[in-house]
Structure formats: structure tokens, C-alpha cells
Design a protein around this ligand. Structure first.
Ligand SMILES: [Fe+2]
Ligand SMILES: [Fe+2]
Length: 278
């Protein structure tokens, strides 16, 4: 290993050990509607001074209309912290994808779509977020798309494989560059957060390959939405904490306090879960 790389890693580990925590607020499924108004949609003012970053796991709008996005942006303007988001299936109904993304960017929201970003907190903790919308596909044992009989299911399986490959690449791009790593998806990477969702809908709610990808990387927390009848807490096959932050599930933004140490040093640590509105 190059000396400069070694010393950089040592410095990063030392810095991460010395710093306390990264405070990551998370929310999904705002489903903003026109003229709903910030106050009636969700209150975000209470995050002030309590979060280093807000991540939004998709379905910001109900049908992808720009008027709906205006309502969401009004609410998000209350947030002082950096905001990182992925789009959800409802956002992707927009007929103006470029304008939709540009409006979010102009509001200061970083939209991830198969890529990653590192946000440094005021205390110097580097929070890496890798994001992708994801898609359905289900949670059956991994088999190739060629095994599925119907053309529609085969297409879905291929899409799931493509989306997970994009998450894989985004997470790989973060290696060694973040003290804390968050995987952000709209669709679920696990069935363990699907709660009261009917079994027949599981194939629409996420897929196991997203979880397999997360397990291949040093991820500290996986955040998703989309499962409105789901449950807030779950984990991947290999124990990475997964949190469903869909608004109907959690009632408002949830703040996770993540120890800024490498996952190998923090195997027994779970993120502290605190609900702003609980
Ligand atoms: Fe939703
Ligand atoms: Fe959704």
C-alpha cells in the first residue's frame, strides 16, 4: 500500500474514532400534492440543529407533477441541513424528468441515481450516501431472470439486476472515502421491513438482490420507503440495519445517530433510533 494512502487511512480512522456521531435524518413517501402547504404535509422545522443531513427515500410527490414538487420544495426549504434524495416510483410518473430533477437541484437537493456523494459534517465526519431508486422483483432465492416464465416477470428481474448493479457501483465508489456509509433506496432491500404488507404484494415492494449488494459493502445503515404498511426496523441477511422511513410508517423524519467508526470496529453497534414526533 502506498504510504500516502496508508497515512490517509490512519488519519481517517483516527478522525472517525475521535468524532462522536453522524446524525442522519431520514424520511420517505411525502406524496406531496398541489397547494397542500408545508404545514399540512410534514413539519421539518424540528430538524434544525438536530441533523447533519436529511436523506429522502423517494416518492416526494404523488404523481410527479411540478405543482406537487412546488409543495414539497416549500416544505424542504425549512431544512437547514444538506438534503440527499432518490426518486420513487410516484416521482418517476413525471413527464418532465429533466425539469423535475432540475427543480430539486435548484432547491439544494442532491438527487442520486446510481451514484454517491460524501457530505462532511461540521465536526468533520464524512457521511457517504449511495443511492438508487431500485425496483420490485421479490425476495425469492436468487435465480437468473431466464428462470422466470412470463415476459413481464423476466423484464422485472432484468431491471432488478440492472438497478442492483448500479447500487453496487455507487457503493464501490465510496470505499475508503467515508466514515459512515448509508445505502439509500426507494424500494426495500429486505422483506424484514414489510410488516403488514400482503405477501402477494412483496414482488412490487423490493427485491433481495438489493440486500445482497448492501451485504457486499461496509454499509452502516440502509434506508428505504415505498412500503406504506411496512414496519420501521429490519436487517439484511448479514445483519446490516435496514430502516423503512415511509411517512405512513414513521409519522415524520427519524434521526439516526451513527457512530463514525468503520463497520468492522462497530459490529455490535446499532444506530440509535429516535423519532422526532414520537
Ligand atoms: Fe409511496
Ligand atoms: Fe413508492
Amino acid at each position: 500500500m502506498n504510504d500516502w494512502l496508508k497515512s490517509d487511512r490512519n488519519a481517517r480512522t483516527e478522525r472517525a474514532t475521535l468524532r462522536a456521531t453522524a446524525r442522519v435524518a431520514a424520511l420517505a413517501d411525502l406524496h406531496a400534492r398541489p397547494r397542500a402547504g408545508a404545514a399540512s404535509m410534514v413539519r421539518l422545522t424540528d430538524l434544525q440543529g438536530r441533523a447533519d443531513l436529511l436523506v429522502i427515500a423517494g416518492d416526494i410527490t404523488e404523481t410527479g407533477l411540478m405543482s406537487e414538487l412546488d409543495s414539497a420544495v416549500t416544505a424542504l426549504a425549512e431544512v437547514q441541513a444538506p438534503i440527499v434524495a432518490v426518486l420513487g416510483n410516484h416521482d418517476l410518473r413525471t413527464l418532465r424528468r429533466t425539469a423535475f430533477r432540475r427543480a430539486l437541484q435548484q432547491a439544494g437537493v442532491v438527487v442520486l441515481d446510481g451514484d454517491a456523494i460524501v457530505v462532511e459534517t461540521a465536526q468533520g465526519v464524512r457521511i457517504g450516501v449511495a443511492g438508487v431508486c431500485g425496483c420490485g422483483g421479490g425476495f425469492w432465492p436468487a435465480v437468473g431472470p431466464e428462470r422466470f416464465p412470463s415476459r413481464a416477470m423476466k423484464a422485472l428481474a432484468l431491471r432488478a439486476r440492472r438497478e442492483t448493479a448500479r447500487l453496487d457501483a455507487a457503493l464501490a465508489g465510496l470505499h475508503g472515502d467515508a466514515d459512515v456509509t448509508v445505502a439509500l433506496t426507494h424500494f426495500s432491500p429486505t422483506a424484514s421491513t414489510l410488516g403488514r404488507e400482503p405477501l402477494a404484494k412483496y414482488w412490487m415492494l423490493g427485491n433481495a438482490e438489493l440486500g445482497s449488494v448492501i451485504d457486499r459493502h461496509p454499509v452502516d445503515l440502509a434506508v428505504h420507503g415505498h412500503a406504506h404498511l411496512g414496519s420501521p426496523r429490519g436487517q439484511t441477511e448479514r445483519g446490516v440495519p435496514v430502516r423503512n422511513v415511509a411517512l405512513p410508517v414513521v409519522g415524520g423524519p427519524v434521526i439516526f445517530e451513527l457512530p463514525a467508526v468503520r463497520r468492522s470496529d462497530a459490529a455490535d453497534q446499532e444506530p440509535a433510533l429516535s423519532g422526532v414526533w414520537t
